[in-house]
Write a protein that binds this ligand. Structure first.
Ligand SMILES: [Zn+2]
Length: 418
C-alpha cells in the first residue's frame, strides 16, 4: 500500500510532465503499431470504397476524419487533430481495375474460381475458428459473468458459450469444415494474472482522471485491483487469443456469447421479461477511441484486410437465422454512441469490441438470448439434453443446440457459392 501511494505520486508527476505528445498514445497493454505492416495494402482499395467503408461502418459518426486528411490519391492519418504528427499515408488505387491484389483473401471471396464442394460437404476447405466468450470456472465471478437465483444451479456464461461451441463444432465438421478454437476449457489463454497488471491498472486509472489522492491506501488498492482484473480478463486474455487467431488464419471467426440484461447483485439477480438478439461487426469507433494510435492502426488493418463487407454478410446471415429460430426482437440501443445499426438487417450493429477489433480477418460476434430473461432462464437451467423437453408449456430442444444449429445453418449459407 505504501508502495502504491508512492507510485501514485510518481505517476502523477510523470503524466503531468509529459511534453505534449512525444510518444505514441496507446490503450492499455497495446504495443506500439508497426505501421509498415500496412504497406502491402498500398493501392489495394479505391478512394471511393475507402471513404464509403469509413463513413458507413468504421466511423459513421465522423471521428476518423478528425485525424485524417483526404487527398485525391491518398489519405494521411495523424496522431493529433491539428494534423501535425503524421502516422501513415495510404495511397489509393486509381480505379477498381488497377487495384493491386490484397495480400490475403478469405473464403468465400477467394472461392470464385474453385469447383463447388460436394453437396454433403458444403464447408469442405473452409476453416472456422470458434471463440467461446469469457474465461469461466474460478474466474466467472471476477468476470461478472456469473449469477445464481435462489438454490438453482448458478449461471456462468463461459460454460454456456462452450456448450454452444461444442455443438457448433460438430455441425460444422459434419458439413466438412475444419474447426479451430481460441480456447476449449475454463482456463485463461493468457499466462498472466491480475497481480501482473497493478502498475498498468494504476496508470490507466490516472489517465482516466481518477482522483486517488483523497482515498485511503486501502481504497486505492481496491480500485487498482479491480482495474487490474479487467485488464487481465479483457485486454490480456483477448490479446492472447488474438495470437492464436493470427497464427490459425481462419476464413471466419465466430465469437459466441449469451447476452444479459443487468442483473444487479449476482446472489440476488433480477430477471428481466424478454430476451433480445444482436450480432456485432467491428466498427463505429468512438471519438475517445480514435484518439489512440493503436485504434487508428487497428481500424486501418481491419478495413484494408477486406474484413468489413464479409463481417456484414456473415452477421446478416447469423442474425437472420437466430431471429428466425428464437423469435426475439432486436436490441434497440437508443442514444449509445458506441453502437450503430448497419446495413439492412435490424439485428446487425457495428461496435468496436476488443475481440472483433484485434482478431484478424472476418469476425462475427454473436449474442444469444438473455441469460436472465424469463423466456430463456428456465431453458438454461434445464441444461443441455437430447431431443425435447416440456419447459414453460412448450416442447423445446436444448437451447444450446438450437443456438448452434441456427449459427451452423447461417455459416453454410454464408459460404454457399452464389
Ligand atoms: Zn459475453
Amino acid at each position: 500500500l505504501f508502495f502504491l501511494r508512492g507510485a501514485v505520486v510518481v505517476l502523477v508527476c510523470l503524466l503531468t510532465a509529459l511534453p505534449g505528445r512525444a510518444e505514441a498514445r496507446l490503450t492499455t497493454l497495446a504495443p506500439e503499431p508497426d505501421w509498415s505492416q500496412l504497406d502491402p495494402y498500398q493501392q489495394t482499395i479505391t478512394r471511393a470504397e475507402f471513404v464509403r467503408q469509413i463513413n458507413t461502418l468504421y466511423a459513421p459518426n465522423g471521428f476518423f476524419w478528425k485525424y485524417a486528411q483526404l487527398g485525391d490519391d491518398r489519405v494521411v492519418v495523424f496522431a493529433d487533430t491539428l494534423g501535425t504528427i503524421p502516422l501513415y499515408t495510404l495511397y489509393f488505387a486509381q480505379d477498381a481495375e488497377s487495384r493491386r491484389p490484397r495480400p490475403r483473401y478469405f473464403r468465400p471471396e477467394s472461392q470464385a474460381n474453385t469447383p463447388p464442394p460436394p453437396a454433403d460437404q458444403p464447408l469442405a476447405g473452409i476453416h472456422i475458428c470458434l471463440d467461446p466468450g469469457h474465461i469461466g470456472g474460478e474466474w466467472s465471478r471476477l468476470e461478472e459473468r456469473w449469477f445464481r437465483l435462489g438454490t438453482d444451479n448458478p449461471v456462468a456464461e463461459a460454460e454456456l458459450n462452450l456448450l454452444v461451441c461444442r455443438h457448433l463444432e460438430r455441425l460444422l465438421k459434419e458439413a466438412g469444415a475444419r474447426v479451430s478454437w481460441t480456447k476449449k476449457d475454463l482456463q485463461p489463454v493468457t499466462p498472466q494474472r491480475p497481480r501482473d497488471f497493478h502498475s498498468e491498472a494504476l496508470k490507466s486509472l490516472l489517465e482516466a482522471g481518477a482522483s486517488l489522492q483523497d482515498l485511503t491506501p486501502g481504497a486505492v488498492a481496491r480500485r487498482v485491483q479491480a482495474r487490474a482484473e479487467i485488464i487481465f480478463y479483457r485486454t490480456a486474455e483477448i490479446q492472447a487469443r488474438t495470437k492464436k487467431v493470427t497464427a490459425l488464419q481462419p476464413d471466419l471467426t465466430l465469437c459466441i456469447h449469451y447476452n444479459a440484461d443487468s442483473w444487479g447483485n449476482p446472489d440476488k439477480p433480477q430477471l428481466t421479461k424478454a430476451s433480445r438478439l444482436v450480432t456485432f461487426v467491428n466498427g463505429c469507433y468512438t471519438e475517445r477511441e480514435m484518439a489512440y494510435d493503436d485504434m487508428k492502426f487497428a481500424l486501418l488493418s481491419k478495413l484494408l484486410s477486406g474484413a468489413g463487407p464479409l463481417e456484414l454478410k456473415g452477421a446478416d446471415s447469423v442474425a437472420r437465422e437466430m431471429a428466425l429460430s428464437f423469435g426475439h426482437p432486436p436490441e434497440p440501443y437508443p442514444h449509445w454512441e458506441a453502437v450503430k445499426q448497419v446495413g439492412r438487417n435490424p439485428y446487425v450493429f457495428a461496435r468496436n469490441l476488443i475481440a472483433n477489433r484485434l482478431y484478424p480477418g472476418p469476425v462475427v460476434y454473436v449474442e444469444g438470448p438473455y441469460m436472465n430473461a424469463k423466456d430463456t432462464y428456465a431453458r438454461l437451467i434445464a441444461g443441455d439434453y437430447e431431443g425435447t423437453r416440456l419447459i414453460q408449456g412448450k416442447e423445446v430442444p436444448s437451447i444450446h443446440r438450437q443456438y448452434a444449429e441456427a449459427v451452423a445453418k447461417s455459416v453454410r449459407d454464408y459460404f454457399k457459392k452464389k
